[in-house]
Design a binder for this molecule. Structure first.
Ligand code: SF4
Ligand code: SF4
Length: 173
C-alpha cells in the first residue's frame, strides 16, 4: 500500500519535472500568420507566372499547361501581341489565365509542359478561401511583380525585336 503510494507520488513528480523542464526549452511552434515558416527549395505551393527582366511576361498563351493538367484546372485564352501593345515576346500572349485551386493537385505537370518556363509552383502556402469564386486565381493574382529594371505590360517595343516566342535555352547540365 505504502509502496504504491510512493510510486504514485514519484510518477506525479516526474510528470511535473518534465513539464517544468520543457517550459525552459526553445518552442517548436511559430506565431503564424505573423511569422511564416521557411519552406524547402523544392516545395510546390501556389503557382506564379514569371516575367523576363525587362518586365515582359514569359507566358505566350500556348495552353500546353492546360493540355498537360490532369485535373483540367487551367484555363487559357490567347490574344495577339503588337509592337505598340506587347505583353510577351512572339505573336501571342495570355489574355486570360486562370487556375481553379479546388481542382489543382500540385503535381507540377503544368511547369514541366511550359516551353518558356512561365508557370512555376512557388512557395506560397496560404491557400485558404471561403467560397468557390475565390478558389479561382486570375492572371493578375498569378503574375509576379515587375523586376526593378523592367516595365509593366503592355509595353511599346521596337518593331522586329521580340519575334521569337520561345527563348533560346541552354542544354541542361
Ligand atoms: S499543378 Fe498539376 S493539377 Fe495543378 S494546375 Fe498544374 S498540372 Fe494542373
Ligand atoms: S504558362 Fe506556359 S504552357 Fe501555359 S500557356 Fe503560358 S507559355 Fe503556354
Amino acid at each position: 500500500m505504502i509502496q504504491r503510494f510512493i510510486e504514485g507520488v514519484a510518477a506525479i513528480l516526474k510528470g511535473f519535472g518534465i513539464t517544468f523542464w520543457e517550459g525552459f526549452q526553445k518552442p517548436v511552434t511559430i506565431q503564424y500568420p505573423e511569422e511564416k515558416r521557411e519552406v524547402r527549395p523544392r516545395f510546390k505551393g501556389r503557382h506564379v507566372l514569371k516575367r523576363y527582366e525587362n518586365g515582359l511576361e514569359k507566358c505566350i498563351g500556348c495552353a500546353l499547361c492546360a493540355a498537360a493538367c490532369p485535373s483540367d484546372a487551367i484555363f487559357v485564352e490567347a490574344a495577339a501581341n503588337t509592337d505598340d501593345k506587347r505583353f510577351s515576346p512572339g505573336e501571342r500572349y495570355a489574355s486570360v489565365y486562370e487556375i481553379n485551386l479546388m481542382r489543382c493537385i500540385y503535381c507540377g505537370f503544368c511547369e514541366d509542359a511550359c516551353p518558356t518556363e512561365a508557370i512555376v509552383l512557388g512557395h506560397e502556402y496560404a491557400l485558404a478561401y471561403t467560397d468557390r469564386a475565390s478558389a479561382i486565381i486570375t492572371k493578375k493574382m498569378l503574375l509576379e511583380p515587375v523586376p526593378p529594371a523592367g516595365q509593366d505590360t503592355p509595353q511599346v517595343t521596337e518593331p522586329g525585336k521580340f519575334t521569337r516566342a520561345v527563348p533560346e535555352m541552354k542544354d541542361p547540365q
